[in-house]
Each structure stands twice: as structure tokens, then as C-alpha cells.
Design a protein around this ligand. Structure first.
Ligand code: ADP
Ligand code: MG
Length: 677
């Protein structure tokens, strides 16, 4: 029986060589080929030349009116002339230069579609390309490569459609298809490749996008369901002890913190695996939420870890947690790459036998020789700084601990659905009371003198300042200030009244930690730093953030940097120094001065710079879709997600008549890469 899963080699004319070439385009079976859609169409509708503008690139359709003539001059040059008779009986002279072989593709009286540049004065066309007129008035244009040409793809698609059309069944469940007024799959595939007109092409694309997103979401939801049930553990925590801890905190939790604590605790005690993303703007108080979750888990008798991307951050967390848990039965340990071998040798057995129950650290936590007694909950701070493999490695420690991943990079809806679709999301959308908003200004570098005056005023008032520079060494390629040079300038300007420190990524960890600790202790009043200070560092007395070459940062990153100030009671400000050259960069700077909402900023960043810049360079985790664009088509994506969720929660969903086809499709087709950890 023929099936869409048949290899493309089932088509005549597709031998081993073509199979390999098609594989390059990710086309292996008939379904791949039939969903290898054109990325645009050329409108081959006959145009009235009186409507055409001079020098416009146009497509004209007609018949060859008289015998084409090739005139040669010189060895390589030639001119091919013929008359094209349009449908409205006009005759347009067409000339192709240096393509004499096209002569063989023309016959008097036969249809021809010519693409070229129109000359209005002469009412003639300078031909650029001959197009096939096989498929209606819309010419499909496919992404092709050296091995496989347009024409070949077109031919194969036609052959595949002719042979397999009857086997194309609807994948979208009928009630959904009807509700959202989508096409039948066979019609969609037909109209994607051979649309009668632009309207048909658009309708087909709408259905194709929905189907693509729906299949993606369905796979995600199925995996999520399996993850929930396969690795579930019940952590029955002690509510009285948990309450006692929460009461001991020096402040009242915000409403948003209470809400997410409830969501997390509900997950902990359910017999399902937790895989939850905690989003909250910088300073929204995620750490204490993590502490509460970890304490809950510890009262249930399991170990917990908190993994942070940098040693500075890990150490800060360890200190904070040790303070918070001072009066509680919690043994906090710190394990990082900087942990001395002797200390490590003592610590590893304590981790293995459960003597310490809260381990804070960096990647050091997932090294192969680190064994846990019973790891029940793993918290990942600034989780977008970690790759999939590291998150996976953490899950492999112990019996699949519950995961609480935290991020201060607000995630636009698109990315939450695609890159983090397998996670449940909790959001802290409220800052603790009493925070002063951070005032942001943008200045050009010729206003630097005023700014230095401002720094002096702040320092005189007893505050501290961060000065951030993008690069550590002068680079010829990019004109950026150098941290070293700025450090020296600030020293000259402020010392000896104030002390200036320097922190950069090339320093040894010990050195970095010492400098950061000294800044925290107010031994330095000004800290010149590269972006190593970006994440999580907490110095409430720092109220001024100065960022040089601010236009070289993404909005999300600037927002992170800005979040380093405004952490105490004093009013804070952020000054961006930038001389942006283009409109887009100017727009980014003004956006920073007008918006403090991280979600708005990251959405702008996503639109301007793409997912990689919002989620960090390592990996954006957003899959490549063929037709859908998760940013532009966010509404279709959202609906597809909701629909998929509803479908998989139907009891025995895969056995329901409306879902049989898609269930079969998912089990027989190769899995598309998704971002599941
Ligand atoms: P982030 O979400 O950026 O990780 P932190 O957890 O570092 O934020 O919290 C920022 C600061 O706010 C910390 O100094 C913390 O002690 C304080 N904080 C957290 N929750 C509250 C609250 N409910 N009320 C007052 N201060 C709080
Ligand atoms: Mg934090």
C-alpha cells in the first residue's frame, strides 16, 4: 500500500544520487516532499502593458507569435528576439541576451511565460528568465540548491501529488478544522503548490501554518504528559515547618510571590514530575521563592541544589541562604570550580551521605563524581545561561529531581510557547513594595563631562556606582571603549577621594570574587566592569549604573544590567552612553529610557534582533518551522497550543475517532527536533 511515509525513491527518476540531494533539503519521504512548500509565488497573471511602469520586473504570459531569431555577434555574444502575443492581442517584442539555447524551448503558437524588465517607451521586454506555464496563474518558487534545481523540485512535487493525493488525510481533528475554518489537508497541499490565485495561496498557507504549529504543540504536550507521569515523585512536605520559615523572613511576601509559592508547592506534593519555569523581573524576589521551595522539599526529607551560572552568584546565593536558614535544620554547602581539592574531598562524601541537604554551586554540581543521597529538587538560577545538556545532566542526578528553573529575562509569549513549551510557567509580576523606579537617561559621548559630575554627586551622597564597558581590549574591528582605559580615566578622575575597582572576565575567579566582595563592602565606590556583573549580583548601596556603548547591547541585556541598581531604598538611575548610527539603534535607546517593563523590552528585542539575542547566544531553543513564523504568527501559535492541550487531555485521546489520523501520523513519522530536555 502506498503511504506518505514512502521514501522519495518510490518516485520514478529518483535514484540514490537524488535521494542524497533531497536529504540535504530534509526531504526523505513523500510527506516531506509534499510539505516542502514554495516560499513565494510569481504572479503569472497576464498583465496589461499599459498598467506597467517603466523598468518594472514583470511576468508576461502569451504565445510565441513568430519564429524566434538568434543573432550572433562576436564569439560569445548573441541576441534572441521574438514576439510575444498576449491574451489581449497585443504584441510585445522580447529580447534575451546571450542565452541562445532558449530558442529550443520556443515554438510558434505555443504558450510561454517570460519574466523580465519592461521598457515602457518601447513597449518591449528585456527577458531575464523563461518560466514554466504548467501550473495555473501562480508560479511556485521553491528553495533550491546546487544539487536540485527549481524545475526538478517542481516536477517531483507534481509527481508525488498525482500519485499520493488520495492518501492525504486530515491530521487536524475535524471539529477543530471546522471551528477554525481550515482547509482539508489534501486541498491545502494542492493549493500550497498549485494555487489558482493569490487568495487560494493565502488560504492554504493559513491552514499549513496551523497544521505545522498544531503538530509541534501536540508532540510537545505528549512529551510533557509522559514526563509528568514517568518521573513523578511525591514530596510530602511539613506545612507547619514551612509556615515557620516563611514567618521568619524579614518581610512579607508580595502577592505574586505567594501565588507562585502555592503553584510550586502544589506541584511538589503531587505525584507528577515538576518542570517549572519561574519568571520574574530583576529584583522581584525569586531567590526567596526558591528558598521556600527548597525548604519545603527538605522537610520532605530530600536534598536540594541550586545551580547558578557564575561563581560570584553561587557564592552570593550560598551566603544569603545560609543567613535565611540560620535557625533552621539546613546545612548549606557551596561547590564550585573554585572549591579547593581538599575541601572538595571532604564535601563530596557529605553530599553522598546526605549530611548536607542544600548544595549551592555552579556546573561543578553536575560533575560525574558528584553523587547525591536523594536529590528531590533542583533549582536553576538564570537558567537561560545553561545549555540543554547541562539541564539534562542535572536531571540525571538522582531520580529525576523536580526542576525549578528561574529566569530574569522575561520571555515573550512566542518563546514561552516554543522554546519553553514543555515547561509550566509561573510569573512574579510585582516588585516588593517601596522600590524606587530607576530613572534611565541616554546621553551622547560628548556629554560625558556632565555625567561625571552626576557620578560625583552620587558618590558624595554615599552611593556607589557601576560603570559597564562592552570589551576588555581595544579591538580594531569594533570601535568600543576599553575597560582598562576607562578604568584609568575613572581612577584619574576620582582617586584618591574615592576608590575605583576593575572587574573583567579574564580575571581568575578568586580575583573576581575578591573584587566583588570588596565592592559589596563599599571598599570601592566605583566598579568598572565588563558584563560579568550582569547576572544577579546584589549590592543595595549601588544606585548608579553607567553603561558605555550601550547600543552594542541587546535590550534584554541592558535591562538586566539596569536591574543591578534600584535594589535598596535609595532612588537609582541608569545612564546610557551611546552614539548610535542607525535609526534602529536610536529607537532601542529611546525604548530603554521610556520602558521599565522587562516583558515589553524583551518582546521588542525579539522583534528587532531575533530569539538568539533574547535568550542568549548559546541556543535559542526555538525550532525552525517551515511555514509558520512563531513571532509574526504568534496568534496562530497560541491557538494551536490551546487546541493541542485540549486534545491530549481528552481521555484516551489517541483512540478518539477524530484524533486517529493524527495519532497515527505522530507515531509513524520521524520526530522533528524539539527542545525537550
Ligand atoms: P531576583 O528576582 O532578581 O533574583 P532577589 O531574589 O535577589 O531578586 O531579591 C531582590 C531583593 O529583594 C533581595 O534583597 C531580597 O531580600 C528582597 N526581597 C525579596 N522579596 C521581598 C519582599 N517580599 N519584600 C521586600 N524585599 C524582598
Ligand atoms: Mg536572582
Amino acid at each position: 500500500m502506498v503511504s506518505l511515509n514512502d521514501s522519495v525513491s518510490a518516485l520514478s527518476g529518483v535514484g540514490p544520487k537524488r535521494v542524497t540531494a533531497l536529504k540535504e533539503l530534509a526531504i526523505e519521504n513523500i510527506n516531506d516532499l509534499l510539505t516542502y512548500f514554495p516560499f513565494r509565488y510569481e504572479d503569472l497573471q497576464a498583465k496589461d502593458p499599459s498598467e506597467l511602469t517603466d523598468q518594472a520586473k514583470v511576468t508576461l504570459k502569451g504565445t510565441v507569435a513568430a519564429e524566434p531569431v538568434v543573432t550572433r555577434f562576436g564569439r560569445k555574444k548573441s541576441r534572441l528576439n521574438f514576439q510575444l502575443l498576449l491574451d489581449d492581442h497585443q504584441i510585445i517584442p522580447v529580447t534575451f541576451f546571450n542565452q541562445p539555447w532558449l530558442r529550443d524551448q520556443m515554438e510558434v503558437g505555443h504558450d510561454l511565460v517570460v519574466y523580465g524588465r519592461f521598457d515602457a517607451k518601447r513597449q518591449s521586454l528585456s527577458g531575464m528568465k523563461l518560466l514554466s506555464s504548467a501550473n495555473g496563474a501562480m508560479g511556485s518558487i521553491y528553495p533550491a540548491n546546487k544539487e536540485i534545481r527549481q524545475a526538478t523540485i517542481k516536477k517531483l512535487v507534481v509527481a508525488a501529488y498525482d500519485a499520493y493525493a488520495p492518501t492525504i488525510v486530515d491530521l487536524i481533528p475535524e471539529p477543530v478544522r471546522v471551528k477554525y475554518r481550515l482547509l482539508h489537508r489534501q486541498q491545502m497541499i494542492h493549493d500550497m503548490h498549485f494555487p489558482a490565485d493569490a487568495v487560494a495561496a493565502k488560504a492554504a498557507r493559513r491552514t499549513a501554518k496551523f497544521e505545522e504549529f498544531f503538530l509541534f504543540e501536540l508532540r510537545l504536550q505528549i512529551m510533557k504528559q509522559q514526563d509528568h507521569t514517568l518521573y513523578g515523585q511525591e514530596l510530602t512536605y511539613d506545612l507547619a515547618q514551612l509556615r515557620a520559615f516563611i514567618t521568619s523572613l524579614p518581610y512579607e511576601l508580595t502577592g505574586a510571590q505567594k501565588k507562585v509559592v502555592n503553584e510550586i508547592c502544589f506541584d511538589l506534593k503531587r505525584p507528577v514530575h515538576m518542570n517549572r519555569l519561574l519568571q520574574g523581573d530583576v529584583g522581584s524576589g525569586k531567590t526567596v521563592v526558591a528558598a521556600i521551595a527548597m525548604y519545603a522539599a527538605m522537610t520532605a526529607g530530600v536534598q536540594t541544589v541550586l545551580m547558578a551560572p557564575t561563581e560570584i552568584l553561587a557564592e552570593q546565593h550560598a551566603n544569603n541562604l545560609a543567613r535565611l536558614f540560620a535557625d533552621f535544620p539546613v546545612n548549606v554547602a557551596l561547590l564550585t570550580g573554585a572549591t579547593k581539592p581538599a575541601a572538595r574531598k571532604v564535601l563530596l562524601p557529605q553530599i553522598a551521605n546526605g549530611e548536607v541537604n542544600l548544595i549551592v554551586g555552579t556546573h561543578a554540581l553536575i560533575q560525574p563524581d558528584v553523587h547525591y543521597r536523594h536529590l528531590g529538587l533542583a533549582v536553576i538560577d538564570e537558567q537561560h545561561r545553561f545549555g540543554v545538556n547541562q539541564r539534562q545532566a542535572l536531571r540525571q542526578k538522582g531520580a529525576q529531581p523536580d526542576i525549578l528553573a528561574m529566569t530574569a529575562t522575561p520571555i515573550p509569549r512566542t518563546l514561552a510557547i516554543t522554546a519553553y513549551g514543555e515547561m509550566d510557567v509561573s510569573i512574579i509580576n510585582e516588585l516588593p513594595a517601596g522600590r524606587q523606579p530607576i530613572k534611565t537617561t541616554w546621553i551622547r559621548s560628548n556629554q560625558e563631562a556632565n555625567m561625571l559630575q552626576e557620578v560625583k554627586t552620587q558618590l558624595a551622597a554615599g552611593s556607589q556606582a557601576y560603570v559597564v564597558t562592552p570589551l576588555i581590549e581595544e579591538s580594531e574591528a569594533v570601535d568600543m571603549k576599553n575597560a582598562q582605559a576607562i578604568y584609568q580615566r575613572f581612577q584619574a578622575e576620582f582617586e584618591p577621594t574615592y576608590r575605583v575597582g576593575l572587574l573583567h572576565g579574564r580575571m581568575k575567579n578568586d580575583e573576581k570574587n575578591a573584587i566583588m566582595a570588596a565592592f559589596k563592602a563599599n571598599e570601592f565606590q566605583v566598579l568598572v566592569a565588563t558584563t560579568v556583573i550582569e547576572v544577579g549580583v546584589d549590592v543595595p548601596n549601588a544606585t548608579l549604573m553607567l553603561i558605555y556603548d550601550a547600543d552594542h547591547f541587546g535590550l534584554a541585556q541592558l535591562h538586566q544590567l539596569r536591574g543591578r541598581v534600584g535594589r535598596g531604598q535609595k532612588a537609582s538611575q541608569c545612564i546610557l552612553v551611546a552614539d548610535p548610527k542607525n535609526q534602529l539603534a536610536i529607537e532601542r535607546m529611546t525604548t530603554m529610557t521610556t520602558t521599565t517593563d522587562g516583558f515589553v523590552l524583551s518582546q521588542r528585542d525579539l522583534e528587532l534582533r531575533g530569539p538568539g539575542d533574547v535568550l542568549g547566544r548559546k541556543q535559542s531553543g526555538v525550532p525552525d518551522f517551515k511555514v509558520g513564523d512563531p513571532v509574526a504568527d504568534i496568534n496562530v501559535l497560541s491557538v494551536a497550543q490551546q487546541v493541542a492541550k485540549v486534545v491530549v487531555t481528552e481521555p484516551n485521546w489517541a483512540e478518539q475517532p477524530a484524533n486517529l489520523a493524527v495519532a497515527a501520523f505522530l507515531t509513524t513519522t520521524a520526530h522533528q527536533p524539539t527542545t525537550m530536555d
